[in-house]
Design a protein around this ligand. Structure first.
Ligand code: HEM
Length: 426
């Protein structure tokens, strides 16, 4: 498994570009970064905006203009490395994923052009206005039921486990067409996958996650097979119809791999987004009261959450050939850490970047969904889920507040950021 298209292990590490500042202490796994990446990043962005992270062997880029330039030049800065484990995977977990039938292939974020363009034409259809509109009543009804359950159980309630995690998971399962009866099992298999690739999971955790990944892949394979025989009105059937119409343009394995990959892309990150949104809004009471009085402020407030406290604080690229960034000569093979978090707080673009402002005019120019050919496919779905969650909460529980004195804790993660737990009362 060590070098499957899904989890390639990179053993060669490019040196720091000549003349580039080298930071021996910087690490996205360091406790002070995990607690507050923005304070750590600000020092770099305003001092050495491009530097080499010695501990992990990445060139770190912090200014918006440089991050955007890398995103929009995909032939020079390849996305091939975005699903590779940041830290080596232990042998026992690798052994689990070496099962002969574990064979998903790169289909979206880590698939280069021209194949990416070919496949994205089909995957984009799954997130069309029609499909999103069709999902909307489900998201609203499910959100209302979950909030009702929260109210019935009585304060305090832990938000992540009770609403933040199940809502996005079940939404993506409905889009794909998985039966509702399977939700609990699939949720169990898909939990903690971000820790496998971008976290620093222990060996035991890696093995447990790997076992679940294998079980979930097998589920996807048999679900796709079933849908091929019994199509329904869902995205999986749509992909299979496209495959049947032109098997050379969209292969069966690509359909299986898209189904497998989507829960990965659209599940825990939205859960983190919802948690971060509540932290931003409830810890600044005047903002919560403003959206309670005028819910039309919610869409821009959510863009500001994505700018100010994004669930995705970085993404990666690898130089496909010798190139230059910010005046430094960057050799082919250099891995690049694009700091979305630093770019989103860039004072060249944002007035008072460290202020959370739900009325900020240019909040939407954040780079949390990336830019260019791999721009987040699920952005509208994520925003829909978050808007409905906030609309439901402000209507049903305007007195909602954070349980006072709780210490917010975050999983150490190279890329993704959201509270482990978030306790609410009303
Ligand atoms: C707030 C939530 C989300 C954030 C911040 C986010 C962020 C991102 C980012 C930064 C990228 C990479 C862009 C690049 O490489 O240039 C991306 C790609 C992607 N996202 Fe999201 N995402 C979110 C939610 C979702 C959801 C809900 C789904 C699906 C259900 C999804 C599906 C994808 C897919 C499939 C790609 C790869 C697209 C491609 O390569 O063409 N994302 N996302």
């Amino acid at each position: 498994m060590a070098n499957s298209a899904y989890h390639k292990i990179r053993t060669v590490r490019a040196p720091a570009p000549r003349g580039c500042p080298v930071d021996h202490a910087f690490s996205p796994f360091a406790p002070e970064y995990v607690a507050n990446p923005y304070a750590v990043l600000a020092k770099h962005r305003d001092g050495s905006p491009i530097f080499y992270c010695e501990q992990l062997g990445y060139l770190v880029i912090t200014r918006m203009k440089d991050v955007a330039a890398v995103f929009t030049n995909p032939d020079v800065f390849s996305s091939e490395n975005v699903q590779d484990p940041v830290l080596p995977i232990c042998d026992a977990a690798a052994e689990v994923l070496s099962a002969a039938d574990y064979d998903p292939i790169a289909v979206m974020s880590n698939r280069p052009r021209p194949d990416h363009t070919r496949i994205r034409k089909y995957t984009q259809a799954g997130f069309s206005g029609r499909r999103i509109r069709a999902l909307t009543p489900y998201v609203r009804e499910r959100c209302e039921t979950l909030v009702e359950g929260m109210l019935e159980s009585g304060a305090p309630v832990e938000f992540v486990a009770n609403i933040g995690h199940p809502l996005p998971g079940e939404t993506i399962f409905r889009l794909l067409g998985f039966p509702r009866d399977d939700d609990a099992q699939i949720q169990e298999w898909t939990t903690n996958r971000l820790a496998f690739t971008w976290g620093n999971a222990t060996e035991d955790e890696q093995v447990e996650i790997a076992r679940k990944m294998l079980a979930y892949w097998r589920y996807c394979v048999s679900f796709v097979q079933h849908r091929h025989q019994v199509p329904a009105d869902d995205f999986t059937s749509e992909l299979l119809a496209a495959h049947d119409a032109d098997p050379a343009d969209l292969s069966y394995k690509e359909v299986e791999s898209v189904v497998y990959g989507l829960s990965f892309a659209g599940h825990e990150i939205v859960s983190n987004f919802l948690g971060n949104a509540l932290i931003c809004l409830l810890s600044r009471r005047e903002n919560w009261e403003a959206i309670c009085t005028d819910p039309t402020l919610i869409p821009n407030a959510l863009e500001e959450v994505l700018r100010f406290n994004s669930p995705q604080t970085s993404w990666r690229r690898v130089a496909a050939r010798d190139t230059q960034i910010g005046g430094f000569k960057v050799p082919a093979g250099t891995q690049i850490f694009l700091s979305l978090g630093a770019a989103n707080h860039d004072g060249d673009l944002y007035e008072n970047p460290e202020t959370f402002d739900i009325r900020r005019k240019n909040a939407r120019t954040h780079i949390s969904f990336g830019r260019g050919i791999h721009f987040c496919l699920g952005n509208r779905l994520a925003l829909l889920e978050a808007r409905i969650t906030l609309e439901t909460l402000v209507e049903r529980v305007p007195s909602l507040r954070l349980v006072e004195g709780q210490a917010l804790d975050y999983f150490p993660n190279f890329t993704f950021r959201g509270p482990k737990e978030l306790w609410l009362q009303w």
